[in-house]
Design a protein. Structure first.
Length: 115
């Protein structure tokens, strides 16, 4: 299967919600079993907090900082970032061109306990 980033980005933003007042900046590309893959391209502020599944971000373009709990992880295009299930996180100080793939998988609560 193939998923074209340009096609997915053309669908953004989705309509605003109570949680995402500036519009929803992610769109699902594919889902299979417990795995789902989205494109995330926030503009303005990242309002996400935590997710029930483990998650990997693969940064396509841009740069910034992923805040995981209190820990800061600077990133650039080409980096991959892991966030365990149920851990509060969000992107901060990200560039206007920031785009990342996000892959969620496994059971609610993650595949193994995290420290």
């Amino acid at each position: 299967m193939k998923f074209a980033l340009t096609d997915l980005l053309s669908k953004l933003p989705l309509p605003a919600t109570k949680v995402w007042p500036e519009g929803v900046w992610d769109v699902e590309a594919f889902a299979h079993g417990s795995m789902s893959m989205i494109v995330f391209a926030p503009r303005g502020k990242d309002y996400q907090t935590s997710h029930a599944q483990d998650e990997i971000y693969i940064v396509h373009r841009g740069h910034g900082v992923l805040l995981v709990g209190e820990e800061r992880f600077p990133f650039v295009a080409g980096d991959a970032l892991f966030v365990p299930a149920n851990v509060v996180h969000r992107f901060v100080e990200f560039s206007e061109d920031f785009v990342t793939w996000a892959v969620f998988w496994g059971p609610a609560g993650g595949e193994s306990p995290h420290a």
